[in-house]
Ligand binder design. Structure first.
Ligand code: C2O
Ligand code: CU
Ligand code: CU
Length: 483
């Protein structure tokens, strides 16, 4: 049965259901939109123009959705280049408001980080800014607007940036799922009401329509016996996902672009919060002709089938899983010296006091910080998207190892993101985290304490913030200064 958006909206949790089965993985509109100037050993040079556009995300039978897009597509074009080769992007602003582009997870020079007021002047309507850097790490990264981010990302301004290993692992296919979440009205248009104060003090703006590579997904065709490297990118502004692959055993080989010890996730579930990426290896060991659902079961009582893996009838490509190593080559990341590290306490504060969801709102008290700030770090609320002149909360000497002790004193989940560095995830509530996990974003559960460590080897002013966009713009943000 195909639900129209109108019908879907009547459901408590409405994920629109499309009709088309997309063959051979998802066709991304995006690839057509890459305006490559040069690519290859010389690197990649692109032109990215942010501007309003109309895209068919919920099926051709429904009206096109007005979005804000890079090069006419949402998500923006998936950019790919080789590790250690130069990247250049000429960003032109065709919006009626200022913008910047942030290259999330890339360890780049501070002046290329895309933070308005802090690392560059914002790009005015009609303006242009040229970004250039050499990505040191291979992996799955992404780019997104960092000005009026809640609205600009919520309207579509985000895309994948894939840095390929010199020698990629042996797989049959390398697939990318750029996941976005939209709140659509029955006419398939994006609902107004960004910056809703109630949502801002709770989970943030979780939408009603989840797309993969810009399309409402139903099925992805797979072949029995093949090994797929699946790059998952949660490019949503608020939706935390907990993915379960029915009948399959995904193996995580990288998180946030950084290789880890290959391991199956606990309970087979892939917890993926906003801004996080996971590279998983999927051996297609299902039966030819059968279909297996990929469920998202994060929110209580609101689980749904995101997409299904649909096996074609062809016999298995090989009798046993591919006999090739799963471990990715290491990136050139410095290991922090924990014995000599400076320890910084980062207290995450604010929000509604109870996690009772909508029902718990009555009688709940909110932090009275005023000025629209619902959230704080160590008692200070830095709001917006980046701030000129705000004194950095944290200062670290260049080259020092640093431990961030993240205390979540709230009743809410926070994917905490650090710019310009990748950190080693050490422990959760004092329990060591196994599998040598690194990342640029770590999901901190309600009341949880997470320790991460990194070498502060990249000079400049770096944002540290929650990647639920309402939380960031509502004060869950600070600046770390490396001098
Ligand atoms: Cu992807 Cu400051 O963020
Ligand atoms: Cu970032
Ligand atoms: Cu948060």
């Amino acid at each position: 049965m195909q639900l129209t958006p109108a019908a879907a909206l009547r459901r408590r949790h409405f994920l629109l259901v499309g009709a088309a089965c997309v063959a051979g993985g998802f066709t991304t509109h995006a690839n057509a939109a890459v305006a490559n100037i040069a690519t290859g050993a010389e690197g990649l040079a692109v032109r990215l123009r942010s501007a309003p556009a109309r895209v068919h995300m919920v099926g051709d039978a429904e009206p096109a959705t007005a979005v804000w897009a890079y090069n006419g597509v949402a998500p923006g074009p998936a950019l790919r280049l080789r590790q250690g080769t130069p990247f250049r992007a000429a960003v032109e602003n065709g919006l009626s408001e200022a913008t910047t582009v942030h290259w999330h997870g890339i360890r780049l020079p501070n002046s290329m980080d895309g933070i308005p007021g802090l690392t560059q002047p914002t790009i005015p309507p009609g303006g242009r800014f040229d970004y250039a850097f050499i990505p040191p790490d291979a992996g799955t990264f992404w780019y997104h607007s960092h000005d009026d981010s809640l609205v600009q990302m919520g309207r579509g301004l985000a895309g994948a940036l894939i840095v390929e290993e010199a020698e990629p692992p042996a797989v049959d296919r390398d697939l990318l799922w750029t996941i976005q979440d939209w709140r659509l009205e029955p006419d398939a248009q994006i609902a107004p009401g960004f910056h809703n104060p109630m949502e801002a003090a709770m989970n943030g703006r979780v939408g009603n329509t989840v797309t993969i590579n810009g399309l409402l997904p139903t099925a992805v065709s797979v072949r029995a016996g093949e090994r797929v490297r699946l790059r998952l990118l949660n490019a949503t502004i608020a939706r935390i996902m907990d993915l379960r692959f029915e009948g399959h055993r995904p193996v995580i080989v990288a998180l946030d672009g950084q290789p880890c010890d290959p391991h199956e996730p606990a309970d087979g579930r892939m917890l993926l919060a906003p801004a996080m990426r996971a590279d998983i290896m999927l051996d297609m060991q299902g039966e030819p002709g059968r279909s297996y659902r990929v469920m998202d079961e994060f929110y209580d009582g609101l689980s749904y089938s995101l997409v299904s893996l649909s096996y074609d009838a062809a016999p298995a490509l090989r009798p046993h899983p591919l006999d090739a190593g799963l471990r990715l080559p290491p990136n050139p990341l410095p290991r922090p010296d924990l014995a000599r590290a400076v320890v910084q306490e980062v207290r995450i504060q604010g929000g509604m006091m109870g996690a009772g969801g909508l029902g718990g709102m009555m009688g709940a008290s909110m932090m009275g910080m005023g000025g629209g700030a619902n959230w704080a770090i160590n008692g200070q609320s830095m709001t917006g998207d980046g701030t000129a002149g705000m004194p950095p909360l944290l200062r670290i000497d260049r080259g020092r190892s640093c431990i961030l002790n993240l205390h979540n004193e709230t009743a809410w989940w926070h994917p905490m993101h650090l710019h310009g560095h990748s950190f080693h995830v050490l422990s959760r509530n004092g329990q060591p985290v196994p599998h040598d996990v690194w990342g640029d974003t770590v999901l901190v559960r309600p009341r949880e304490q997470v320790r991460v460590a990194f070498v502060a080897d990249n000079p400049g002013d770096w944002m540290l913030h929650c990647h639920v966009m309402e939380h960031q713009v509502g004060g869950l943000m600070t600046v770390l200064h490396v001098a």
